[in-house]
Design a protein around this ligand. Structure first.
Ligand SMILES: [Zn+2]
Length: 113
């Protein structure tokens, strides 16, 4: 008797059932010898992982601008300006924070120092 606290059934068309067998034999690693249930689990997990990666790629991270420390402007050193002068922060375009995407992090990793 199936443990209904752990398993649930699904119904698929004959076409889907046959396609699943083709995937098991031809596309998925033939050395794995997956059962149909294992093949469905494998495919669902693979799809789920792809969606998670796509979501991570879209996620944006807000960080305080390291150039102006979140002020949006930079105090020009007295030695250079000879008076109290502030300048726009070009790094964050006066926003005080930067929006980083996953690609920015990947770029940082790829760049050799
Ligand atoms: Zn800034």
């Amino acid at each position: 008797m199936t443990d209904t606290s752990k398993y649930k059934n699904i119904t698929v068309t004959h076409k889907t059932y046959d396609d699943l067998d083709i995937l098991r034999d031809k596309v998925l690693d033939p050395n794995l010898k997956l059962s149909r249930s294992q093949a469905v689990t494998y495919l669902v997990n693979e799809k789920k992982l792809n969606l998670m990666v796509k979501h991570m790629e879209k996620t944006k991270h807000k960080v305080i601008c390291p150039e102006c420390k979140g002020n949006g402007y930079i105090r020009v050193p007295y030695e250079q300006a000879r008076e109290e002068v502030t300048a726009r922060c070009d790094t964050c375009d006066c926003e005080g924070e930067l929006t980083l995407t996953e690609e920015d992090f990947i770029d940082q990793i790829d760049k050799p120092n």
